[in-house]
Design a protein around this ligand. Structure first.
Ligand code: BMA
Length: 915
């Protein structure tokens, strides 16, 4: 944990659960509590952090809530009011101190808190830390604490009923099987259901809780900004916030140390509860060589530990905090794209003064029961993002401000974070108490998260501006009111608050939005989905997802996606045997996206013949495989389209696309969704494809009619921005002066090999060589008419019979690419491909890594290895085999052995769907 309280001097232990830092005494209240259903009188023991569902599960009172329709079955649980209670000890020393308080890092959500029967406070926002004074209520010896929660569903409905007007949407669409009025409560919005998740509106203590006593003050939060001056010197601005006893003037000494450097600072401070922070700017001398923090793929992620210590004047009380920080700068560049200002503005990020292409995805809560999400699991998911060349994730606004460990992993892995505030797909109330609550939330969360170098932007909400303008929730019925509320919340309250708390990062009102253009239009743009400004969210269902021409040309695409089913093994855990067919009642219930299952079949049938096995269970497995292929192929086509457009503008000024973040990285439960990682962490085919389509050096072919175009994209290298002196047009060029392109062995000049194969023969028909030398980070290097190429190659039967394969060096080495000349359903010649696993060996260097040899009788597409119940992932999957043999690694994430793996492993290719 990078952010933690630290003992400066010796630790004096008072009792088992009581720690003492100088004069600060802390009693940890995490652990077992009595969890009681106040309506039915059921009482169980439950863990804190935790919620009533996990308490019931652990006491075997309910089964797995994710199983079948248990969300429906267990609906009563969220309708009841639950309480959490336990006892704790207070010593006379603690009660004798100036302050004795209860600190709740996260209460979920609406509750009244009692100590020894006295009300000591209330809560109504899951995203703030509550501190309650308990000095009057507590006694020396045994104390009781009871936190009485109110049903979130009932509270939200009550709030809606009390409102002067409807704040829509009132309820989710029926296919979500969800609960109503999530927007009326400051709680994880998707805990009331989403189009990828169930409704389990939790109650409980979802973060740490403790009692604390002190005389002088405790460091509560430490924020930093790293500022690079024009002289290339860094300034470190640190703000230290302290909790101070009421009505007291606390003085003492504050010390700051930047670990591994001689940078230290000391100063006397004098603070009160209302004036409880100190801001310190330290100019780092040139003699201290600062290593910068870079996004994944662009350099190292150097982190420095920053220690802060407070010692009271009498020397009796100390507190401290340690955080990891990184030195980097960030700006969003929103200049006009050309001299013709009606062509709009760029929207791209400069990190450390270098333009960086944003490649990544969107993060949602990894479980609706947040206490089940372990730091290990979060690390595994973020590692999976980094492993496929992502450099950014958006923490999406319908979830939660995530656990510390997520941001720590992002700092360590170079995964930049686009941090939404938790408002999504709804209008929100703006009455006084709601606004006050939001103000505390934003202030608390910005101060909590600000020191993480990974966070590069704050964003006000998810899709609320677009929803307002397009009247998704019938806001047109009272547009003036809803628009004014929208502006009150995001422009009136949030924007100045974020500016006050953090001047080091950009803030945008909404995603999608038009960035500064939205502001110039008063905060709500007439077309927040514009391709010429800001970011877009793009969902194109029922269109040819594999064609370049399907996609728009935005500045930045922060959401786009297609659904796919998770693996059969993942579904098997929550489906009964009779559910495991595509058109089963449960499979329909599990699909929250309206008409999603029909849509998936329609998408498959655009490119493939529908599975035709007479065994419905086999047909389900084949359908799962095909949904994963369509998702992978579609997101690949769209992502590469965005990457190819980074250096071009069309006549209307569209282009300079500098971000591709597909929807969505991870899953909240086992269901058909847009995720590339299943609930549990298994990689769908899309995730394997992401490693290729986000690769630093990409061969990107696409078809337009009968013509094939091949781009090379190399945006990992140091890049310089180049503006044409007359047209003002922007191009990103490799920065040859650094020579890094060559050093990293990713040559910026060389030969592109274009090979034509017929589908039924692994001996190439013909090949062409194209010399290239990149002047731009994305450049067209080859264009030809495929009918002419077919003639030249001798593919005389027609385009159903052959395809193109591309490579730069050895055909067995990445990057490679392939391009069919027609839809797969028309392809002739794949019938005979037989794929087999012929060998499994444990590697000698790492026992968890296995070498797997796959053979193919002839050309095989979408070759899919599956280790079924053995957790792990392959080095590559869903690939094309033009050679008869391929070596693939399996990285087991749990202990296994050669024979178990050999038995579990299966391999298939597209030809196996059609028997
Ligand atoms: C966008 C997201 C989510 C949703 C996704 C898929 O609207 O912001 O709300 O899950 O599309 O529909």
């Amino acid at each position: 944990m990078a952010s933690q309280n630290i003992a400066v001097f010796g630790v004096l232990t008072l009792s088992l659960c009581c720690f003492c830092y100088g004069g600060v005494v802390t009693v940890d209240l995490n652990g077992n509590w009595t969890v009681r259903d106040e309506n039915r009188g059921i009482s169980v023991t439950g863990k804190v952090p935790g919620n009533m569902y996990t308490a019931l599960m652990e006491s075997n009172m309910i089964h797995d809530p994710y199983y079948r329709k248990n969300d429906e079955e267990y609906r009563w649980i969220s309708r009841d009011d639950w309480s959490y209670s336990r006892t704790f000890q207070v010593t006379s020393e603690m009660l004798g101190q100036n302050t004795l308080e209860l600190v709740c890092d996260g209460l979920d959500t609406v509750a009244v808190i009692f100590i020894n029967g006295h009300v000591i406070g209330q809560s109504d926002n899951m995203f703030v830390r509550y501190i309650f004074n308990i000095k009057q209520a507590a006694v020396v010896g045994t104390n009781t604490i009871k936190i009485s929660f109110k049903s979130a569903v009932k509270y939200a409905a009550q709030q809606a009923a009390n409102g002067e007007y409807v704040v829509p949407p009132e309820c989710p669409v029926p296919s979500y099987h969800g609960d109503c009025h999530a927007n009326m409560i400051r709680k994880m919005q998707s805990s009331f259901s989403w189009d990828w998740g169930p409704s389990f509106p939790t109650q409980g203590i979802w973060k740490s809780i403790y009692v604390r006593s002190y005389n002088h003050g405790v460091i509560s939060q430490v924020t930093t900004e790293t500022i690079l001056g024009s002289d290339n010197n860094w300034t470190l601005k640190t703000e230290v916030f302290m909790d101070i006893p009421d009505g007291q003037n606390t003085s003492g000494n504050l010390e700051i140390r930047l670990d591994g450097t001689p940078v230290t600072h000391q100063e006397p401070i004098s603070l009160t509860r209302d004036n409880c922070s100190v801001s310190i700017s330290i100019a780092i001398p040139k003699t201290v060589p600062i290593k910068m923090w870079w996004p994944n793929g662009h350099g190292n992620q150097t982190l420095y530990k920053l220690y802060t210590f407070f010692t009271s004047t009498n020397g009796q009380e100390m507190s401290g905090k340690k955080i990891d920080i990184g030195f980097r700068t960030v700006e969003v560049v929103q200049d006009f794209v050309s001299a013709n200002q009606s062509q709009g503005r760029t929207f791209y990020f400069r990190i450390n003064n270098k333009p960086i292409y944003f490649k990544g995805s969107n993060w949602i809560p990894a479980d609706v029961f947040l206490d089940r999400v372990t730091p290990d699991y979060v690390n595994e998911l973020l590692q999976a993002a980094a492993d496929v060349n992502m450099n950014v994730l958006r923490v999406w606004g319908g979830g939660v401000y995530e656990m510390e460990e997520l941001y720590e992993a992002a700092d360590r892995l170079g995964i930049m974070i686009w941090q939404d505030f938790m408002f999504g797909c709804a209008m929100y109330p703006v009455h006084e108490s709601f606004m006050d609550s939001v103000a505390s939330e934003i202030t608390y969360q910005v101060r909590r998260l600000k020191h993480h170098p990974s966070i590069v932007i704050w964003s006000g909400n998810n899709e609320n501006e677009k929803a307002l303008i397009q009247s998704w929730y019938n806001t047109d019925a009272n547009f003036t009111r809803y628009k004014s509320d929208y502006l009150t919340l995001y422009k009136g309250l949030m924007a100045p608050l974020v500016a006050r708390e953090d001047s080091s990062r950009p803030f945008i009102l909404s995603s999608p939005g038009n960035g500064v253009e939205s502001l110039q239009e008063g905060g709500v743009a007439t077309e927040p989905w514009s391709e010429l400004y800001g970011d877009i969210h793009e969902y194109k269902y029922l269109l040819p997802f594999y064609l370049d021409g399907t996609y728009r040309i935005p500045r930045f695409s922060s959401e786009y996606g297609l659904q796919a089913y998770p693996s059969y093994e993942t579904l098997k855990k929550v489906y009964a045997p009779e559910d495991l067919t595509y058109w089963s009642d449960l499979n329909d219930y599990r699909q929250h996206h309206p008409a999603g299952n029909v849509e998936l079949m329609a998408e498959i049938s655009m490119l493939f013949t529908l599975p035709n096995s007479t065994d419905p269970n086999q047909r389900f497995k084949d359908s799962i495989y095909l949904t994963q292929i369509t998702q992978a192929v579609g997101i690949k086509a769209e992502t590469e389209h965005y990457r190819r457009w980074q250096n071009r503008l069309d006549e209307s000024g569209r282009g300079n696309t500098m971000g591709a973040m597909y929807w969505q990285l991870n899953d909240i439960w086992q269901a058909p969704t847009w995720a590339s990682l299943e609930y549990g962490g298994q990689w769908k085919m899309l995730h394997y494809f992401a490693r290729h389509f986000f690769a630093p050096l990409l061969i990107s072919p696409y078809m337009d009619g009968d013509d094939v175009y091949v781009y090379l994209v190399a945006d990992h290298i140091p890049v310089v921005e180049d503006r044409h002196p007359d047209t003002h047009r922007l191009t990103f060029r490799p920065d040859y002066s650094t020579g890094l392109g060559k050093v990293r062995g990713l040559g910026l000049s060389g030969q592109l090999h274009i090979v034509m194969y017929s589908w039924n023969n692994s001996t190439p028909l013909h090949s062409w060589v194209q010399q290239y030398s990149l002047n731009e980070t994305s450049e067209l290097v080859f264009h030809n008419n495929t009918l002419d190429m077919m003639k030249e190659a001798g593919c005389i039967q027609g385009k159903n019979f052959c395809f193109l394969f591309f490579h730069l060096g050895d055909p067995g080495n990445e990057p490679v690419a392939w391009q069919p000349l027609t839809e797969y359903k028309s392809v002739v010649g794949l019938k005979n491909s037989v794929v087999q696993v012929v060998d499994v060996q444990q590697t000698t260097t790492d026992k968890q890594v296995y070498n797997i040899t796959v053979t193919a009788g002839s050309i095989s597409v979408f070759v899919w290895l599956d280790a079924h119940d053995i957790r792990g992932r392959f080095s590559d999957n869903g690939f094309l085999m033009v050679t008869s043999k391929k070596l693939v690694q399996f990285y087991a994430s749990e202990p296994t052995d050669v024979s178990s793996l050999r038995i579990a492993l299966t391999v298939r290719s597209l030809a196996d769907v059609y028997h």
